[in-house]
Design a protein around this ligand. Structure first.
Ligand code: SF4
Ligand code: SF4
Length: 492
């Protein structure tokens, strides 16, 4: 049986943009044939499968009798529900009451989750299954990888069930060859070669020097990329995606550091700022990667650390420092991007010109810098982000809702690298609607995955037509460079 429909009708039915439907069709997620009158012909089974995936009642139900089949045909017997038998509670997933035992089954978490219903994912169900000891089923479900660990669910939980922590534990229990290949590969490559993408040391150093020379010629006279500058105050890590794919993006921070007269350095070894041990549920890898940063700080005699490009990297590093190396937090200061930029601004080390950006601008909160940092470290970086953004533009509008109640872009928790592209876009539909409703033409954010999801994916899927910038890109473009602006770290 065939379901004949139009892209617009299907988009309305599933609550997504028509581009998303077209992409589902083009990518084979939804097999369909073009029919007359810009309609598509979809096999009933394929349509039903899509409805099941997104937890929708089919709008179209085939008329079995009209199709020549007996409406009275015997139905397949409905199997009786199999009772769950509870054994001795040896399952560490719920040894802590915070993980499952205190759940009231109120369903608030499911109501808040942007992808509840997709492939039967439901945070309440996950908590219940953990309580019932259905660990193997949870590990096999694939839900923890479609979930972005955004924390919307636990933010509304009246019992403070640690749902994200539970999901991280389930990720940690997956056999390593069962976790999404890109994440596994990133962690293994980082452990073996020092960065997620396996960029050789000589290539990285040559590129970093070359980008520094270009910066010196364009806007920062005398700039030399500081590498292994012993005694520099600030150690700055690098996200391997940048030297790999867009090296000029590294120079936005360099320009700011130059203007502020900062004493800073990059390490020639283990310079990676990403830590996918967090996404993989691989705590051993997470610890190892953070220990390398500590070793670099000690080797180079630095007193402060900046992880510039990613919300998860900051969270993973801070979490690991507090958990395994608390003494190191007495030895050096760990900056967020917001702390450092505000320090420069408040101390007059940089000056920003709001007239440099006249587009209506908004800020998207990264879950890790926002909700997760608030919950885990006691402070979410909401107001700092807006103070800095407003200092760089003439017109600003907030998204609704935002800050602690903001929605994930859909690419958190490693989802940008996961194979679940359709789920990622579906998750991002709420963010896309928010941006569209705000009227903003420029979205500023503080995380590379958020930036890429909004810039490349949501823009295309939902016809947003917005520009997306890193916060430090916005700041670098708004800098009022003075002739005496210098870089005290030129001693590399
Ligand atoms: S919101 Fe909390 S108490 Fe309610 S069902 Fe979800 S986990 Fe249980
Ligand atoms: S963390 Fe986010 S995506 Fe995952 S279950 Fe909770 S609300 Fe849903």
């Amino acid at each position: 049986m065939i379901y004949e429909t139009k892209v617009n009708d299907l988009a309305e039915e599933f609550g997504v943009h028509r581009n998303t439907i077209r992409n589902w069709i083009n990518s084979g997620v939804l097999p369909a044939q073009e029919g007359p009158g810009r309609r598509y012909l979809i096999q009933w089974e394929d349509y039903k499968r899509l409805c099941d995936k997104y937890n929708r009642e089919p709008r179209f139900v085939p008329d079995v009798a009209a199709a020549g089949e007996s409406a009275a045909a015997p139905r397949s017997p409905v199997s009786a529900p199999v009772p769950v038998r509870l054994g001795v509670k040896t399952n560490p997933l719920h040894t802590s009451p915070a993980l499952a035992d205190i759940c009231l089954t109120c369903g608030s978490c499911a109501g808040a989750c942007p992808i509840a219903g997709v492939d039967d994912l439901d945070p309440r169900k996950i908590v219940r299954m953990a309580f019932l000891g259905l660990e193997e089923e949870l590990v096999a479900s694939g839900w923890p990888w479609k979930c972005t660990l955004c924390g919307k669910c636990e933010a509304v939980c009246p019992m403070n069930v640690e749902i994200v922590q539970l999901l991280r534990q389930i990720r940690a229990r997956c056999e390593r060859d069962k976790i999404p290949a890109a994440i596994r590969k990133g962690v293994v490559t980082c452990l073996e070669k020092g960065n997620n993408l396996g960029i050789p040391k000589d290539d990285f150093l040559a590129l970093a020097r070359e980008m520094g020379e270009e910066l010196a010629q364009t806007s920062c006279p005398g700039f030399v990329t500081p590498i292994d500058a012993r005694g520099a105050r600030l150690l700055v890590t690098v996200n391997s995606k940048l030297p790999f794919a867009e090296p000029e993006a590294m120079t936005w921070w360099w320009k700011i550091l130059y203007a502020a007269g900062e004493s800073w350095t990059i390490s020639s070894e283990y310079w990676e700022g990403l830590n996918w041990g967090l996404h993989a549920g691989d705590y051993s890898a997470m610890r190892t990667i953070v220990k390398r940063i500590i070793d670099n700080i000690e080797r180079l005699n630095c007193t402060a650390l900046l992880l510039p490009e990613c919300g998860h990297a900051y969270y993973a590093t801070r979490y690991a420092l507090e958990r395994w190396f608390p003494e190191s937090l007495q030895q050096f200061k760990m900056y967020t991007v917001f702390d450092l930029l505000l320090e420069y601004l408040n101390e007059g080390r940089i000056r920003l010109d709001p007239a440099s950006q006249t587009k209506l601008t908004t800020f998207h909160d990264s879950c890790h810098y926002g909700r997760h940092s608030l919950k885990t470290f006691g402070h979410g970086y909401f107001e700092e982000a807006r103070t800095l953004t407003r200092a760089c533009c003439t017109r600003y509008v907030d998204l609704v809702p935002d800050r602690e109640e903001g929605y994930c872009c859909g690419a958190g928790g490693g989802a940008w690298a996961d194979p679940f592209g359709a789920e990622r876009v579906f998750h991002g539909r709420i963010k896309a609607r928010q941006i569209g409703a705000s009227g903003a033409k420029l979205v500023v954010t503080s995380c590379i995955n958020c930036r890429d999801q909004i810039r490349f994916s949501l823009n295309r899927e939902f016809n947003l037509n917005v520009e997306v910038q890193f916060l430090w890109e916005l700041v670098a473009n708004a800098l009022s460079m003075t002739p005496q602006g210098g870089n005290e770290a030129r001693h590399a």
